[in-house]
Design a protein. Structure first.
Length: 392
């Protein structure tokens, strides 16, 4: 049987009726202006990259620490978002990457105690960031003053004044680096408190109970009990394995390494900054195609789907409005759609081809401007983002 081929824009489609053209979707307040503001932010991110890898790593590590301070501010002011200042661009760098992992961001908001329940309703302030960029990369003075008051940190991050890296610890004060008994007692249980000398010596062996082989055995038992419950039979063992694996050796207070997440996004940022998005009409078409893509993911759920670059721009912008994105996913696709930027190139190629085939079958339209029959990634006119998206 002949292999199904993917039609190109310059190839006539077979006579299968009129192609489906969706109505323009209104994503709440999300529109063309949001895409333009996001593109401005990506240009600002591109300017943050240091040529020296050591300095670049230092900048990202310091930014992650400052973002942790920002999450505490969000926790205090989540129900009064109008009082939130515009955070510094290095903090926005981390916040942006965190939001582009919507499953993990949602989990950090609701389950890990990083934020209160209302924090997921706070969107990235794209308009204010756009205005700051056009104001010589300067935020409003009132925002800068309020940031310093709320966090005790300088508004502008200058890595050159940090001679040493700060080691993350649950025993020390983040600002001074000095051991803090209050912080230690909050984050730890003192297992030797009140024990005699002999009892303390006997407890020294307890560290053997805190190894991954012991923890995994305990988690496996929990998994077996969970699956035996009738209401949890739809939860696959693989899904539970993925949940536990996500936190193994994770030292950050969040459910993902934000520095690595930023690095993975840089190829996408470079691609977006090299495309002349001068025509608002093309951004409007991208929004329409994004709605088609979401519908495609709803109808073809057996494999991941890979967006073209215009669709991915809208997708990323949508994720920067967490509440809006979550509500749209449940309303339009009846599932929460995650974003995975760790899939390898070989699998990405196969998934992109499958996406193009599904698109042509559902909409009777080509997915890209080139035929994807052979080595489509080598076609210079095909813009393929480095991310893959899938449903859970």
């Amino acid at each position: 049987m002949a292999t199904e081929t993917v039609p190109a824009m310059n190839q006539p489609m077979s006579d299968r009726g009129e192609p489906f053209i969706p109505e323009n979707e209104t994503f709440g307040t999300l529109g063309i202006a949001d895409l333009q503001h996001h593109l401005t932010l990506l240009q600002w991110f591109k300017e943050l990259v240091h040529e020296d890898k050591a300095e670049d790593s230092k900048f990202l590590l310091l930014a992650e620490q400052r973002y942790e301070a920002w999450t505490e501010v969000l926790g205090r002011l989540a129900h009064e978002p109008t009082k939130l200042p515009l955070p510094p661009i290095d903090v926005v760098y981390m916040w942006h990457a965190h939001m582009l992992s919507p499953f993990k961001y949602y989990e950090d908001v609701h389950y890990l105690g990083q934020y209160p329940q209302g924090a997921h309703k706070i969107s990235l302030p794209l308009r204010k960031l756009h205005d700051a960029y056009n104001n010589h990369r300067e935020a409003d003075p009132s925002d800068q003053t309020e940031w310093v008051r709320l966090t005790g940190l300088p508004y502008k991050l200058d890595p050159t004044i940090h001679e040493h890296y700060m080691l993350r610890s649950t025993l020390i004060n983040r600002g001074s680096g000095i051991p803090d008994q209050t912080i230690a007692s909050k984050n730890h249980t003192i297992i030797f408190d009140g024990l005699t000398g002999t009892q303390a010596l006997d407890r020294r062996q307890d560290w053997r109970k805190c190894q991954w082989k012991v923890i995994d055995a305990s988690l496996n038992e929990v998994r077996r009990r969970t699956i035996r419950r009738r209401r949890w039979r739809a939860v696959t063992p693989k899904f539970l394995d993925n949940v536990t694996a996500a936190y193994r050796e994770m030292m950050a207070p969040f459910s993902l390494d934000l520095c690595l997440a930023v690095l993975r996004q840089r190829s996408f940022t470079d691609t977006m900054c090299h495309i002349p998005w001068n025509n608002p009409e093309s951004l409007g078409v991208a929004i329409k195609r994004y709605k088609c893509f979401m519908s495609l993911m709803c109808n073809f759920t057996k494999s991941a789907k890979v967006p073209t670059i215009d669709i991915d721009l809208v997708w990323h912008t949508h994720q920067l409005h967490p509440a809006l994105y979550y509500d749209f996913c449940l309303r339009q696709t009846h599932r929460f759609i995650d974003h995975d930027d760790t899939i390898g190139k070989s699998r990405l190629e196969a998934l992109f081809r499958d996406t193009a085939l599904c698109w042509s079958r559902q909409y009777r339209q080509p997915y890209t401007i080139d035929a994807l029959n052979d080595q489509y990634l080598s076609k210079t006119r095909v813009s393929v983002p480095p991310q893959c998206h899938y449903t859970k």
